[in-house]
Structures are given as C-alpha cells and as structure tokens.
Design a protein around this ligand. Structure first.
Ligand SMILES: C[S@@+](CC[C@H](N)C(=O)[O-])C[C@H]1O[C@@H](n2cnc3c(N)ncnc32)[C@H](O)[C@@H]1O
Length: 271
C-alpha cells in the first residue's frame, strides 16, 4: 500500500482544491459512459475530498453513496464540500478505511466507482478483489486510471518531459503505477469480473478551443507542481529543472499554437 507519507500529491489545501478543479474540468469525459441508473447504493473507493462523490450524487439523484478513504483530512474536506450541496443531503457517508481491508459485509453494495486511486497503491488487485467481495452479483464497476506515457505538449518541452518522467519514476519507486491504465482489463479479467470493457479517454486541446486549452494547461501546471516538494525532498529533481519546467509551461500556456494532449483509461465490468 502506498503510505500517506509517500503520497505524491500530498494532502494540503492546494491539493484538495486541485482535486475539485480536476473533477469539474474532466467531468464531461469521465462520465460519458458511467451509468448507475440501476444501482441504489454504491461504494466509492478513495473518494478523497468528495469531488467525484458530488458529481455522482448530482448525476444519479436516487443513489446512496458510501465513500471510503484512508486519509482523515481528505474525508473531513469531503464532508465539508458535500454539506454545501443541497442535492446530496442524507444520501452519503464518508468512512476512514483502508480499501485493502474493507470492513463491509460481502454483497453489501450494488455498484462501485474508483477514480485516480489504483495508481497510488502497491496492490491494486487486492483492492479490486475486496471491491468484488462487497458487491452483489450483477453490480457495475467503473475504474478511471492514468496512462502517463500519453502526455504530450507542443511546442516540445524537454524539461517538462524530464520532470514528468522523474515524477513517474518516483511514483513507481514508492509503490504506485503511473501506467496502470493499460492493466485494468487484465486485473478485472483475472478476478472473474464479467462484461469487461476498456476505453481510451482523451483530452486534446489546440487552437480550436483556446479557452479549454488554457484551462487544461493551468490544471496540468498545478498537477506537475504538486509533485515538486516531494521530488525535491527525495532529490529526484533539482531546483533548476523545476524552474525550467515552469518556464516551458508558461511559454506553452501563452503560445497561440500550443497543443496539450493526455489520454487515460476507463474500464467497466459487472460482478
Ligand atoms: C488522487 S486522490 C483521488 C480522489 C478522488 N477519487 C478524485 O478523483 O477526486 C486518491 C485518493 O486515494 C486515497 N487512497 C490511496 N490509497 C488508499 C487505500 N489503500 N485505501 C483508501 N484510500 C486510499 C488517498 O488518500 C487519496 O485521497
């Protein structure tokens, strides 16, 4: 399990806001194929600050949601965030729990949602096996995960790339997997899930949508910078590389012909 100490993004207020911005900015792609219309009570694993929980409760107004996370602070922020959304009243609970050892009875939920969590854990199949145990037969599961080799910026930005690979290497060394998206189908298959699908989801912004390109660049700038304190502390990058990366990001953000591309994976299945 990736411990709280080595969690790459950290748990500070900037990171909590980043998770909310990320969910808002990416909702249109992540939820295209997510359907919990037939579910009554779903489990969200690694719910963080409740950014996805809020979207799920808004999109599926009859749904009850239980979110689990191993971070006390994230869960506190989740409760605060959800308190302010009138549509979610009494339909959620947030519980501090390690997803590798869930305290729920078997066949307790009838749907599961996981987003950007398996990339941070040492034993993703252990978590998916637990998810399978607590789901009733025939329940849907949706998993959205990173595929970090797909990140690309134009004009070419060598320092961003060097920093990004240091970021990914560090995630590997600390027990995570920045390329886990490609493996979701195998995990689900090995655990006996049925009707497995995997799809590539893409954010690709260029001159056709300058405002969205700018928003996506701002989002990625925050994401890349969120790893800098840990990467500097563990001597995976130096201050010069961080500064050069920031310069390149700034240049691309204002380049009239800039391009930003990122593809990630979404898997679905039923138990
Ligand atoms: C990048 S955040 C994603 C949060 C949320 N899914 C979202 O999309 O906004 C990953 C979350 O997974 C949690 N997490 C990591 N390993 C976990 C584990 N073994 N059990 C429960 N939560 C875990 C972290 O504490 C963190 O809040």
């Amino acid at each position: 399990m990736s411990s709280i100490d080595t969690y790459l993004h950290g748990y500070n207020k900037t990171e909590q806001q980043r998770l909310k911005d990320q969910a808002e900015l990416t909702e249109f792609v992540i939820y295209q194929d997510v359907n919990f219309q037939e579910s009554k009570h779903i489990l969200e694993v690694g719910c963080g600050v409740g950014a996805q929980s809020e979207i799920l409760l808004r999109r599926f107004p009859k749904l009850k949601l239980t979110g689990i996370d191993m971070s006390h602070d994230q869960l506190q922020a989740a409760r605060e965030n959800l308190k302010n959304s009138n549509f979610s009243e009494d339909r959620y609970e947030m519980i501090e729990m390690n997803a590798e050892k869930m305290k729920f009875d078997s066949y307790y939920f009838d749907g599961a949602f996981l987003c950007w969590i398996l990339e941070h854990v040492k034993n993703p199949t252990r978590i998916l096996s637990e998810v399978r145990r607590v789901l009733k037969p025939g329940s849907p599961i949706y998993i959205t995960e990173v595929m970090n080799s797909s990140f690309f910026l134009d004009p070419y930005a060598p320092h961003v790339w060097k920093y990004w690979m240091a970021f990914n290497d560090f995630q590997y060394e600390t027990g995570g997997d920045p390329f886990i998206g490609a493996k979701l189908g195998n995990f689900l298959f090995s655990l006996g899930f049925k009707n497995i699908t995997t799809s590539v989801k893409t954010w690709h912004f260029d001159n056709r949508e300058p405002k969205k390109r700018q928003q996506m660049m701002a989002f990625w700038t925050e994401l890349l910078k969120s790893g800098a304190p840990a990467l500097l502390e563990h001597k995976k990058v130096d201050q010069t590389l961080v500064e050069k990366m920031e310069e390149e990001l700034e240049q691309i953000s204002t380049d009239p012909n800039g391009v930003i591309h990122y593809s990630f994976m979404q898997a679905s299945a039923i138990t």
